[in-house]
Design a protein around this ligand. Structure first.
Ligand code: FRU
Length: 533
């Protein structure tokens, strides 16, 4: 990146005082000057969920009950790469601060517990209730490694486990498993169960190689195949995995639509693992794409939930109370292209920030918006605001060590955008940087981590710049950016487009600036310090 012109030091320091005050944040300053910095200090996220040790991939079985958000996840406790899959468990009161719990579901020898979902069976439709508490029913894929090694096709089936203590301990449903047998499709996994209130039935969506399949049930134990969707529709650069399917209200109206979230690997928006979505109608049996949406999918090949390389296998929480009514989502903040090589050895894998998904309609077009859950705002300890920041060349937003950029939310709007590039740079004092911004000449948002520190653990990690194509030339643009030591989550125009990426600098990033050849106008700049312990 070429910086055309630097603002004078005086201006920067005056600006800085007005934004964040002068108090140095010792945590970053100390880390930068310590010679033996542990992996923990350097790379363990401050507030994104990570297991204390070992390997984690997909989020699983998320449900809400009694004021607690439960999160399960693909977990291999004995290693830092993928292995025999368990369901790890963590709980939270607000989806921000997580507490790790004992492992929830263990594999039997060579029978791994793959991804799946959980619902609260309030009416005891399953008959598996054993006391006063509503049973929780988990349905997941049982993956048979012995059969896989023998080259068989029927290696995956859907099994049920239930909990009568609110999800803390589980019993496998030995008497009735599998609840869905393998029909002769090798990749046949990741069941997501939802209560379909319109048609009064449980429905399940699962990934069957190159399509999603729908099933229905009255009791969560006997499932009837309904239909499939997606062969030759949308992105198919890899196997379809981890779908989610639910009905949503269109913002500001009483209209409802059905949304299919569909991960695939590889073939994501910017390579490797990625998540697309579809919007349409469901008559209780068949999912039909909305006509306009279908045209857009045909033109663009796919509509993506996130354009970043690091949001995969994400699904939504079940049993969110009607009074709350939000659709709440979390994803695995990594990518199968390099997830097993990232330079954290004691643990591997973290999640995205929990997000609220909204369905919006513009003209005839339906789309999803994602934003961080509002609960994150409860952890803001201080905010510095600037109403208008103007200039060209390079403007400093946060200078060296004055705010802890390893836990911050930065919000701003850009006005009067020219047909030019606006590049934001997070940097440290050993010359490493992560850049992101908007190229308003060629019409895309970008994140470039090619100079962000450790990148050579995988040639796929930083080989290409991540881009999210925008619809034409932008006059203004708003950004919400969540920074957490090794991750950036960019929510553009109120979550219309999202980019989530991880990075591993050799020293913490301590400064943030923006540069352009054109005059820049940042309005309502807000730098929020977060404190989440
Ligand atoms: C997605 C995935 C799922 C599978 C799980 C295994 O990342 O491949 O399809 O159930 O991971 O850990």
């Amino acid at each position: 990146m070429k910086l055309k012109k630097h603002l004078s030091l005086t201006f920067c320091s005056v600006l800085f005082v007005s934004i964040v005050g002068c108090k140095p944040y010792s945590a970053t300053a100390q880390m930068a000057s310590t010679t033996t910095v542990t992996e923990e200090q350097m790379y363990r996220p401050n507030f994104h969920f990570t297991p204390q040790k070992s390997w984690m991939n997909d989020p699983n079985g998320m449900f809400f009950a009694n004021g607690i958000y439960h999160l399960f996840y693909q977990y291999y406790p004995d290693g830092n790469v993928w292995g025999p899959m368990h369901w790890g468990h963590a709980i939270s009161k607000d989806m921000i601060k997580w507490e790790e719990k004992p492992i929830a579901i263990y594999p039997d020898k060579d029978k791994y517990i793959f991804s799946g979902s959980a619902v609260v069976d309030s009416n005891n439709t399953s008959g598996l209730k054993k006391g006063a508490i509503d049973p929780i029913i988990a349905i997941y894929t049982l993956h048979d490694m012995t059969k896989e090694k023998e080259g068989k096709l029927d290696i995956e089936q859907q099994d049920l486990a239930y909990s009568n203590d609110n999800g803390f301990t589980w019993e496998k449903f030995e008497a009735g498993n599998p609840v869905i047998k393998n029909p002769g499709i090798r990749d046949f996994r990741d069941p997501k169960v939802t209560w379909d209130d319109t048609h009064k039935q449980w429905i399940m969506v699962l990934a069957a190689q190159d399509k999603a399949q729908f099933y229905k049930s009255k009791n969560l134990k006997n499932w009837e195949y309904l239909s499939d969707f997606g062969k030759n529709i949308g992105a198919h650069g890899g196997v379809w995995e981890c779908p989610d399917f639910f009905q949503m209200k269109v913002e500001g109206s009483n209209e409802t639509k059905w949304v299919l979230i569909q991960s695939l690997n590889p073939g994501g928006a910017n390579g490797g693992s990625g998540t697309q979505y579809f919007i349409g109608d469901f008559d209780g049996t068949t999912f039909t794409l909305d006509t306009n949406f279908s045209q857009r999918v045909a033109e663009k090949k796919a509509i993506w939930l996130d354009y970043g390389k690091d949001n995969y296998a994400g699904v939504t929480w079940s049993n969110i109370p009607k009074a709350d009514g939000r659709k709440l989502f979390i994803g695995w903040m990594s990518n199968w292209d390099y997830g097993q090589q990232v330079p954290t050895l004691g643990w591997r894998g973290s999640n995205t920030i929990a997000r609220e998904i909204k369905l919006v309609k513009n003209g005839d077009n339906y789309s999803l918006k994602s934003n961080p859950v509002r609960e994150i705002n409860n952890y803001i300890t201080k905010t510095s605001k600037v109403k208008l920041l103007k200039g060209s060349g390079t403007l400093s937003l946060v200078s060296e060590g004055k705010i802890d950029l390893a836990k911050a939310i930065v919000n701003f709007k850009m006005t009067n955008l020219k047909q030019d590039s606006y590049t934001f740079t997070l940097s440290n004092n050993i010359g490493e940087s992560l850049s992101f911004g908007i190229n308003n000449t060629d019409g895309y948002l970008f994140v470039d981590r090619s100079k962000s520190g450790k990148i050579d653990f995988s040639e796929k990690f930083a080989a290409t710049m991540t881009k999210a194509i925008l619809d034409g030339n932008q006059k203004e643009a708003s950004f919400k950016i969540i920074l957490d030591k090794t991750s950036i989550e960019i929510f553009y125009n109120d979550g219309e487009k999202v980019i989530t990426e991880i990075f591993f600098p050799n020293q913490p990033f301590t400064a943030l600036s923006v540069s352009s050849n054109s005059e820049m106008e940042l309005t309502n700049l807000e730098i929020n310090q977060l404190n989440i312990n």
